[in-house]
Design a protein. Structure first.
Lengths: 410, 380
């Protein structure tokens, strides 16, 4: 198969709660221009584009149509990808296949979310509202997790089931979620593109934030951000011609399971902390990347963690440590930027969450680590291989990308 | 293309109201396709959906299709565009060598569940264009029709001819949702104006519909079917959102997309080499505009073409199936064109069958006045 590498990255100048100074199309154009400025490339170098976001958050259907004039896409093939929280990484995967297929050589990925334009939790409740209505009509008890998700206000309500289950199974305590959130807020303080930053965050300071839905505190939860991310991917020949270096895609996979959170009529509830799709997708991506022992071979990880317990939970699901071990790594300081297994050096989704970009930023942040361009949040150890994880759907859809500093052989 | 890709099979269904759910429709189409080919979900390498959250009325709508499409614990992605673009992605996945087969599922339940016009209204700039309410899918189509008629000096009668032809053809085709047996230009003129010169019967009908298509690499396709239809070329392009930046009487991005598709297929003279076309003309005037952009008819040739050449029995038929004036299940329409072309190439189109069908071109679109277009060339 053809090698595909990431040769350029661009961000909006900031990721913040409300960008009142620009509209959606203008905001996206900032990231496109930043990417062109960073790479010295221009629209003529780009063969095709991939575009992604979750349109229910802004209420603009297929916004690539409106944005077409702003993102240097006129006259080019443009493909719009939308898979929910994972959209950004699904878009990277689409760009990979654009090039791996041999049909294109240089592809630009453009993802954004401008959540201040709408209400994200209303958008998210749109996932389960039809189920809830049907259940109410049929007189079914709606105290299952999808019902609670809607009733408790979108994702935080649903996620408390997952966090409780994770704590019960792993032996971790709520103080570990506090500690993980604090670590990521501190990392975010080093990242100019992060949204929620706190250089002095501690487990104790997070523990003082309000309890939203046990065991989830306000300090464990991602913000809603406005921002856009752009990346340029290229074939091996074009990368050599156009760029000084690249982060190479060695393996990618995704997996989906059943979206219903359980069949309440039959008394079956899916354990939202099992995350079988994550385990299967990681296994497949590692196979494709030729990785036998991720614990030894992966140098840094970027995890999609809308909520801080997910960093720990997914480390276990991804095979980066044994089940029940993640919180011990946290206690030992191994997940820090200078640790043995640095996680979310960027601050993660829990610190910055413009949803269309969230899964994409996991990949671009891994790429920056491999290229040694992460600046203040560059991890201490040398990064040869990095793992990025995207999570979404109705808590059942996972994307994985493995990046490396050299092209894949054979 | 580094390897050959064929369409092994398809299922399609359309009506003004299918009285079904998205999940039920997905299951019936997928299961039906699997039964046609004698396979089960283990034969499917990857799945691409073409649906739209806005039409489906729910966020991340693809995830509820995973079980009915047999994607449980499998790989899938969603292209939130017309299905023909999803076909391009599915082909890329096979061409990469990662997969041998790809399932496409596309549908829009727009006849029974939501106004189809809202879908486009919500693509508009929310601050100005949408709130003013002057610009919408129909008013833009009215402007496009007027621009086309004025440019070439045609009368509104031409639009009636185009619509009557399509609705007559659609009446012969059991896969269409709407058709008018022996429709005449007068029948069309009797329908009321929506936005002058655009009349109700110049316009696509609100449709429930969907389809499932299985793509396969050469080796796999030969195992699955005796009648593979090969994908020879693909091309896509987009043009400006702003109507004022565009000449509405032509389709620049379709011309760019078809240029790419023909180059890939090694076609130099489409007007001579292509046997028929199935285009996503959502409004009567779009059919001549698109066929001109596809290089099949010259600019200003429309009156001559509709006098005979592009009918089912003509030398270069356009939309022998009846086209989207017979059914426009948004997101599936481009793949409906594909499936109609497959019928022609396999000689299974019945009363809609054209005389010679060895190379066909199909087209799908998104946006106001076909802002974004995809062209695929098929052969046997």
């Amino acid at each position: 198969m053809r090698n595909v590498g990431i040769i350029g990255i661009g961000y909006t100048p900031v990721f913040v709660s409300k960008r009142k100074d620009v509209n959606i199309a203008e905001m996206i154009s900032e990231a496109v221009e930043d990417c062109f400025a960073n790479t010295g490339l221009g629209p003529d170098d780009i063969d095709a584009m991939v575009f992604g976001n979750m349109h229910t958050f802004e209420g603009v259907n297929m916004p690539h149509l409106w944005a077409a004039d702003y993102i240097a896409s006129l006259g080019k093939p443009v493909m719009r990808i939308a898979t929910g929280g994972t959209t950004g990484m699904s878009a990277i995967h689409a760009a990979y296949y654009h090039i791996a297929s041999g049909l294109h050589d240089v592809v630009m990925v453009v993802c954004f979310e401008k959540q201040s334009e709408g209400d994200s939790q209303v958008g998210l409740m749109g996932i389960v509202t039809p189920e809830i209505m049907a259940m109410l009509q049929a007189g079914i008890d709606i105290s299952g997790s999808s019902g609670m998700g809607a009733l408790a206000g979108g994702s935080a309500g649903a996620i408390s089931f997952q966090a409780s289950s994770y704590l019960a199974r792993s032996g971790a305590g709520i103080e570990h979620i506090d500690g993980m959130a604090a670590l990521e807020r501190r990392n975010a303080a080093k990242n100019p593109y992060a949204h929620l930053k706190d250089a002095n965050a501690t487990a104790e300071s997070v523990a003082r934030t309000a309890l939203i839905s046990y065991p989830i505190r306000f300090g464990h939860i991602c913000p809603t951000s406005d921002g856009a991310t752009v990346a340029i991917l290229a074939s091996e020949e074009k990368a050599a011609e156009l760029a000084d270096g690249a982060a190479w895609i060695h393996g990618l996979a995704n997996c989906a399971s059943d979206a219903s959170a359980g069949n309440i009529l039959e008394g079956v509830i899916t354990d939202p902390a099992e995350q079988m799709p994550c385990q299967l997708a990681a296994k497949q991506a590692f196979e494709r990347a030729g990785i036998k022992d991720p614990k030894k071979e992966i140098d840094c990880v970027e995890i999609y963690n809308g909520f801080a317990h997910q960093t720990l939970m997914f480390l276990e699901k991804l095979g980066m440590c044994e089940v029940g071990e993640a919180h011990k790594l946290l206690d030992a300081g191994e997940l820090e930027i200078n640790g043995r297994c640095p996680v979310n050096a960027s601050g993660g989704v829990v610190s910055t969450n413009a949803i269309g970009t969230s899964a994409m930023n996991r990949v671009t942040e891994c790429a920056l680590q491999i290229l040694g361009q992460a600046g203040e949040h560059q991890v201490e150890k040398d990064v040869h291989k990095a793992l990025s994880h995207g999570w979404g759907g109705l808590m059942q859809y996972v994307t994985i990308t493995v990046l490396a500093d050299k092209p894949r052989k054979g | 293309m580094n390897r050959k890709i064929a369409i092994a099979g398809y299922r399609m269904k359309a009506a003004s109201d299918l009285v079904t759910t998205r999940e039920r429709l997905t299951f019936e189409l997928t299961r039906g396709l699997f039964d046609d080919l004698g396979i089960d979900r283990d034969h499917v390498g990857t799945t691409i959906f073409a649906t739209n959250d806005f039409l489906d009325g729910r966020t991340i709508s693809n995830v509820f299709l995973d079980p009915p499409a047999g994607v449980y614990m499998r790989d899938e992605s969603k292209v939130e565009m017309d299905g023909l673009s999803a076909l391009v992605y599915a082909c890329m996945r096979i061409l990469s060598g990662q997969y041998e087969t790809a399932l496409l599922v596309a549908f829009g339940l727009c006849g029974s569940q939501v106004s189809p016009y809202l879908h486009v209204e919500y693509t508009l700039n929310p601050t100005y264009d949408r709130q003013l309410g002057l610009l919408n899918e129909l008013s833009a189509a009215g402007l496009q029709a007027r621009s086309f008629l004025n440019k070439f000096g045609y009368s509104e009668d031409l639009l009636d001819e185009i619509a009557a032809r399509n609705l007559r053809n659609a009446a012969l085709n059991r896969d269409q949702a709407r058709g008018i047996k022996d429709a005449s230009a007068k029948d069309i003129k009797d329908s009321s104006y929506l936005y002058e010169p655009l009349r109700e019967l110049h316009t696509y009908p609100a449709t429930d519909g969907g389809c499932a298509v299985l793509l396969a690499s050469e080796t796999k396709a030969k195992e699955l079917t005796d009648k593979p239809v090969w994908i020879l070329g693909m091309g896509q392009s987009i043009e400006s959102y702003y109507l004022g930046e565009r000449n509405l009487y032509e389709s620049r991005s379709t011309r760019e997309a078809s240029g790419r598709a023909y180059a890939m297929a090694g076609i130099d003279k489409p007007e001579a080499e292509v046997d028929f076309a199935e285009v996503s003309s959502l409004f009567a005037q779009q059919e001549p505009i698109l066929t001109e952009a596809l290089g099949l008819y010259g600019p200003g040739d429309a009156e001559k073409a509709y006098a005979g050449d592009n009918g089912i029995a003509g030398s270069l038929p356009v939309n022998p199936s009846g086209g989207p004036l017979g059914a426009h299940p948004i997101c599936a329409t481009g793949l409906f064109r594909l499936n109609e072309a497959i019928k022609q190439l396999r000689g299974e189109a019945g009363k809609n069958q054209v005389k010679k069908a060895e190379i066909g071109v199909v087209h799908g679109q998104d946006g106001v006045c076909a802002q974004q277009n995809t062209v695929v060339v098929l052969g046997i």
